[in-house]
Write a new protein. Structure first.
Length: 336
């Protein structure tokens, strides 16, 4: 069975390609390499000892997509391709709406045209906004404070309309919590360009000496130690959730959302401590001001994914830090 993976050279996409290949699927990647490099895909092949096919193609390129669907005849799509920097999305909203929403609509049109109506979509816990925690899939979503998050909400709504118009679609909306960690080979991992926005890549660049110190965004939240609480999930656990979702969409039609998280909350200081333990050195950090738009705490109720997909997270934060650190040490200058 062939799976088309948009954004397959990216952080989560590459780890998912490894799991798909290991499970015996044929993989076709569509990526424009805006935030990744083709060398990542060589490393996916090295890890698995299997070949994949890739196209340097933008998901907004309808003609390009049509050719790929005609040539490779994928039975399902996993759709990761998108821009994801929250701060940038507030400065460049039209870029985000064009890339994420126009790109997704173009992809769905190409799928419909090819008769491929099975899709797993990378959504985000951000769609829950200010709901009480833990987040559950049946909560009202969409109270989102930034354009990036709105693109996730809108694409979920668009897929809902697509399904309502044609019940032969099979759609899985995976709402990721905070993916961190790396493949244990150290060959692939999170490799952001420039100064990282997210916590874990920032920590590992401080630990390796590329950045001077981490600023903890706020120490005065109403949480156990004053710092924000998040639900961190190992990227390999997250990748495996896609296999479960692919099995589900190939078995049945419908549209369902699933929380993909650990179901546990860890503070920023918990993560710093866990990282210090595995790296064996103290991390240089200061407690600074709150970051605009941050919620004090959120984590998943992941019981639906457990029940309906047969998926649950295996790895703890120590393993997440260990694998991040291993990747960082083996790739001090990233993947070229
Ligand atoms: P990433 O940037 O590492 O990967 C995205 C990939 O998509 C990159 O390889 C990029 O080059 C490609 N891409 C972007 N726009 C494209 C386009 N128009 N055409 C073709 N390819 C394009 O990001 P990631 O962390 O792997 O995230 C994957 C998906 O998961 C994204 O949709 C993201 O919004 C979503 N998500 C990520 C997180 C997270 O914390 N990493 C959390 C929730 C949701
Ligand atoms: C952010 C996005 C979210 C997106 C997710 C994954 C915001 C408000 N939310 O989530 O929409 O889905 O990334 O891309 O940007 N922190 C520090 N110092 C740092 C960096 C982070 O203290 O230098 C703290 C943050 O305040 C937060 C935690 O670490 O409490 C995790 O931050 P981050 O990795 O950016 O993820 P989120 O904010 O949860």
């Amino acid at each position: 069975m062939t799976i088309l993976v948009t954004g397959g050279a990216g952080y989560i996409g590459s780890h998912t390609c490894v799991e798909l290949l290991n499970a015996g699927y044929d993989v076709v990647v569509v990526d424009n390499f805006y935030n990744s490099v083709p060398a990542v895909l060589d490393r996916v092949e090295k890890i698995t000892g299997k070949k994949l096919k890739y196209y340097d193609c933008d998901i907004r390129d309808r003609e390009g997509l049509d050719k790929i669907f005609a040539e490779d005849k994928p039975e399902a799509v996993i759709h990761f391709a998108g821009l994801k920097a929250v701060g940038e999305s507030s400065k460049l909203p039209l870029l985000y709406y064009d890339n994420n929403i126009s790109g997704s609509v173009t992809l769905f049109e190409a799928m419909e045209n090819a008769g491929c109506k099975k899709i797993v979509f990378s959504s985000s816990a951000t769609v829950y906004g200010n709901n009480p925690i833990p987040y559950k899939e049946d909560m009202v979503t969409g109270d989102v404070s930034n354009p990036y998050g709105r693109t996730k909400h809108f694409i979920e709504q668009i897929l809902g309309d697509v399904y309502n118009a044609d019940n032969s679609w099979s759609i899985s909306l995976l709402r990721y919590f905070n993916p961190i960690g790396a493949h244990e080979s150290g060959l692939i991992g999170e490799d952001p360009n420039g100064i990282p926005n997210n916590l874990m890549p920032y920590i590992s660049r401080v630990a390796i000496g590329k950045l001077e110190k981490l600023t903890v965004f706020g120490g005065d939240y109403d949480t156990k130690d004053g710092t924000c609480i998040r639900d961190y999930i190992h990227v390999v656990d997250l990748a495996k959730a896609h296999l479960c979702a692919v099995r589900k969409i190939t078995d049945s039609t419908g549209i369902e959302a699933y929380n993909i998280g650990n179901g546990k909350g860890y503070s920023v200081l918990d993560i710093i401590r866990a990282f210090e333990k595995v790296s064996g050195s103290p991390l240089n950090y200061v407690i600074g001001d709150r970051r605009a738009g941050d919620l004090p705490a959120f984590y998943a109720d992941a019981s639906k994914a457990n029940r309906e997909l047969g998926w649950s997270a295996e790895y703890d934060i120590e393993k997440m830090c260990e694998d991040t650190w291993n990747f960082q040490k083996k790739n001090p200058d990233g993947i070229k």
